[in-house]
Design a protein around this ligand. Structure first.
Ligand code: NAD
Length: 317
């Protein structure tokens, strides 16, 4: 495979690059280093089958030339993180919608296969017991404060779907549910690395809201091979597929696990949402994936438990 990984200097993208190069594929990364870092790719700097290009997915000519010299695109570049999407909704809309259209359009022109990274946030306020791919999505139930990210990703899915249908290029949409692991940074509001960092420094762990909101964290080491398998599975083309973990936990429960596993003296401090993110901020109460479609398509079975995931982050610090 000759792969282009947009956002390859980021958390999931850099693990995907490790996996693809280790399996003998040729990999080019396009990343503007806005939230990603070259540090995440330092282990590949001498690999003969790896190349890094600094630039933006909004640069149509650059995207066209890079997509033209590969056969598979993993499109992960996006404006992410609560602070980015709440503070700069227009910028986030521009990157996540126009950037994706650029990349998908180039893939269609050059006949490349494409994976487009989407998110559990397309399910909006839906908090069903195991969200399946046919649950109501963002356009019916948006969360106001996170609209720029969720709505752009929802539209990205439709862009990918329509291009796939009309041009026949193999297209897979992956809906990631709170994927975590080493190299994820806490700087942009990602909860697990932030809690681990606070616990290791014996600082108070800051929980936003009352901590009763629930999430189901998935490991990047389970998700990366699944993404590659989906690209090789024609039954997955033109479908959106949930990828995530198995174990649901409240954010208060997560803070307690992190304190125990790090052996920290940290206490837990509760901060109202409006103080953390401004007036009117809304969060999802619950986010739990139904991954049976991924299981049916590629035999997806997450192997790592929450404690394993937290430990892998602690060890990487
Ligand atoms: P990340 O911030 O680590 O990775 C995103 C990468 O995109 C970064 O390296 C950043 O520098 C790059 N980027 C941003 N704007 C760009 C632009 N205009 N041009 C080129 N590169 C640009 O985040 P991540 O967690 O690895 O997320 C990867 C993808 O998965 C994103 O599309 C994100 O929306 C999606 N996703 C992730 C999760 C998760 O739990 N981590 C959940 C849902 C969806």
């Amino acid at each position: 495979m000759k792969a282009l990984v947009t956002g390859g200097a980021g958390f999931i993208g850099s693990h995907l690059c490790d996996y693809l190069t280790a399996h003998g594929h040729q990999v080019t990364v396009l990343d503007d280093l806005s939230t990603g870092s070259k540090e995440n790719l330092v282990q590949l700097s001498d690999a003969p089958n790896f190349e890094f290009v600094e630039g933006s997915i909004l640069d149509t000519a650059l995207v066209d030339s890079l997509v033209g010299s590969c056969d598979t695109v993993f499109h992960l570049a996006a404006a992410v993180g609560v602070h980015t999407i709440v503070d700069k909704p227009l910028e986030s809309l521009r990157t996540n919608l126009h950037g994706t259209e650029n990349v998908v359009d180039a893939a269609a022109r050059h006949g490349a296969r494409i994976m487009v990274a989407s998110t559990s946030e397309v399910y909006g306020k839906n908090d069903a017991d195991g969200l399946s791919e046919d649950a109501d999505r963002i356009l019916g139930s948006p969360l106001k404060s996170r609209w720029s990210y969720a709505a752009a990703k929802g539209l990205d899915e439709l862009v990918a779907y329509v291009y796939g249908k009309e041009t026949g290029i193999p297209t897979v949409i992956t809906r990631f549910f709170n994927i975590v692991g080493p190299r994820q940074t806490g700087r942009y509001g990602m909860v697990v690395p932030r809690f681990v960092g606070q616990a290791m420094a014996n600082e108070p762990i800051t929980v936003y809201g009352d901590g009763s909101q629930r999430r189901c964290f998935g490991s990047v080491f389970d998700v990366v091979p699944a993404v590659v398998k989906l690209m090789d599975t024609p039954e997955a083309y033109n479908q959106a597929v949930n990828l995530g973990g198995l174990e649901e936990v409240s954010i208060r429960g997560l803070a307690e696990r992190v304190i125990e596993l790090t052996g920290s003296d940290s206490t837990i401090e509760y901060i109202p949402y409006e103080k953390a993110y401004g007036e009117g901020y809304e969060d999802m109460r619950r986010r739990m994936p139904d991954t049976s479609l991924a299981r049916e398509l590629i035999g997806y079975e997450p192997t790592l438990r929450l404690d394993d995931i937290i430990n892998s982050i602690i060890e990487s610090k």
